[in-house]
Design a protein around this ligand. Structure first.
Ligand code: 1GP
Length: 274
């Protein structure tokens, strides 16, 4: 497949930022991501699943660790929230860190005006119309009133070797991890439809994170920011995803087990990537 020169990509991103600023769009978080990419910087997003939070003090501490480690974004969401802790979770995060908070909703109940923005996910790897457009219609009026930043996101599930909550709950089949061309064409279609970023996810707790070859094939074919998550547990795995072309690395599960990993993985992601 033809490839996109990374220099052209950086230039396109800078033009996009300027254009958005000129027409006064409220795209602060997306613009910040694009600016960082334009400057050759990769970002680390910490995923907090409210259902995994057992202790408010522990959540406050996690926020402080994220701030000290210079994590770039906090995503909040989960496939299923059984403990009723969603709104409170966002309030505690906002009270304990200045890091921008983006909703990463597992369903339309996971919306809060207290967040800074939302990844408005269209599950483009699947063929479930509800998750391509149906739920979005239901969520649209509330989101419009909320005033939070809406980031149209092409969400793609990639097989990580086990059935994850997200693949089960979404009732969709992930893209096989050795089918790079399918992933690239799916991401290209998302870009042509006007989505603003691509999030490829092997699912929380995936046995295997997304292979470098697949990330690289998508990188060569789209100029959008690429989020990569699912099954990343080590600085080495985060670094490999960055080197393959990821712009933002998302880690959740590993940090739930060991919060000291946050700084190690942030440092790996922030190191210069030639
Ligand atoms: C899941 O991409 C995220 O949607 C993060 O996955 O919890 O495995 O880090 P992990």
């Amino acid at each position: 497949m033809p490839s996109i020169n990374p220099k052209d990509k950086a230039f396109q991103n800078q033009l996009l930022v300027l254009f958005s600023l000129q027409i006064g769009l409220k795209n602060l978080i997306l613009n910040n991501i694009l600016e960082n990419i334009g400057n050759g910087k990769k970002l680390l997003a910490v995923l907090i699943d409210p259902d995994s939070v057992t202790d408010e003090q522990q959540l406050a501490n996690t926020c402080k660790i994220c701030t000290a480690a210079k994590a770039d974004l906090i995503l909040v969401g989960g496939s299923l929230i059984t403990n009723g802790f969603f709104d409170n979770c966002i309030s505690i995060i906002k009270a304990n860190t200045q890091i921008p908070v983006l909703l990463f909703p597992g369903n339309i109940m996971q919306v809060s005006n207290e967040a800074d923005g939302i990844l408005f996910l269209s599950l483009i790897s699947g063929r479930n119309p509800d998750l391509l457009i149906g739920k979005h219609v239901l969520a649209a009026p509330g989101l419009k009133k909320s005033g939070i930043e809406i980031i149209p996101t092409g969400y793609m599930l990639i097989d990580g070797g086990n059935i994850t909550s997200v693949s089960y709950m979404s009732n969709t089949t992930p893209i096989p991890s050795d089918k790079s061309a399918i992933a690239a064409c799916t991401a290209m279609a998302g870009e042509m439809l006007g989505l603003k970023l691509i999030y490829m996810d092997a699912g929380s707790g995936a046995q295997q994170s997304i292979p470098a070859k697949l990330i690289n094939e998508v990188r060569k074919n789209v100029s959008l920011p690429i989020f990569i998550g699912g099954g990343i547990r080590t600085p080495e795995a985060a670094l490999a995803a960055c080197q393959a072309g990821a712009d933002v690395i998302v880690v959740g599960n590993a940090f739930e087990h060991d919060s000291s990993l946050i700084k190690k993985i942030v440092d790996a992601v922030h190191q210069p990537h030639p």
